[in-house]
Write a protein of this length. Structure first.
Length: 161
């Protein structure tokens, strides 16, 4: 049976850090479902539809990555998708506390689905979707930090094409 993992997040927008994590996740899992959260407390720049569409474009040549929006509890979604794991990235120690909390709560809700953490590649240690948006908004160079499709979309949003 295929080993499936759900990689959940807001992905507003997807960065090369996320891509690197997915590439490495594909060495462990047969299939990764990129679950884009509908319910997020974050005020997003891209609408849910835009985030899904962008991610689908980025992974259009990777049949092992499925992009989907999800609603409600992550752990229920993962079970419904027959995932054996939730994939998350750790960048710095500062990520740890929040990730630990999420992982423990998810384990309490369903102990059959494991949370698997991969360390972010050192090249992406300092990036987050927020910092990318801030730099793009102020006209800074973001090429090489995000997929091309995202770079174009950010430039369109901020009117710097
Ligand atoms: N490289 C670069 N950046 C990375 C990264 C990596 N490898 N991994 C994470 N990040 C960044 C993201 O860009 C994001 O940046 P931002 O805060 O500037 O937007 C930040 O780290 C973490 O965000 P993200 O990975 O998108 O996760 P999230 O914290 O927004 O998502 C959910 C959290 C969606 C997983 C969580 O809210 C959830 O499970 N929601 C569903 C409801 C639920 O089940 N709740 C109960 C949970 S116990």
């Amino acid at each position: 049976m295929d080993k499936i993992a759900v990689y959940p997040g807001t992905f507003d927008p997807l960065t090369n850090g996320h891509l690197s994590l997915i590439r490495r996740g594909l060495m462990i899992f047969d299939r990764i479902i990129l679950g884009i959260a509908c319910d997020t407390p974050k005020k997003t720049l891209f609408s849910l539809e835009e985030r899904v569409e962008l991610a689908k474009k980025v992974f259009c040549n990777e049949p092992r990555v499925v992009v989907e929006p999800f609603k409600g509890l992550l752990i229920k979604y993962a079970k419904q998708k027959k995932a054996i794991a939730i994939l998350r990235g750790l960048r710095a120690v500062s990520d740890f506390e929040y990730e630990f909390q999420l992982a423990l709560m998810n384990r309490r809700l369903n102990a059959d689905i494991q949370t698997v953490f991969l360390m972010t590649d050192y090249k992406w240690l300092y990036i987050s979707s927020t910092i990318i948006k801030e730099v793009a908004k102020l006209g800074g160079e973001i090429s090489g930090l995000v997929p091309l499709e995202v770079e174009v979309a950010l430039k369109e949003k901020y009117g710097s094409t």
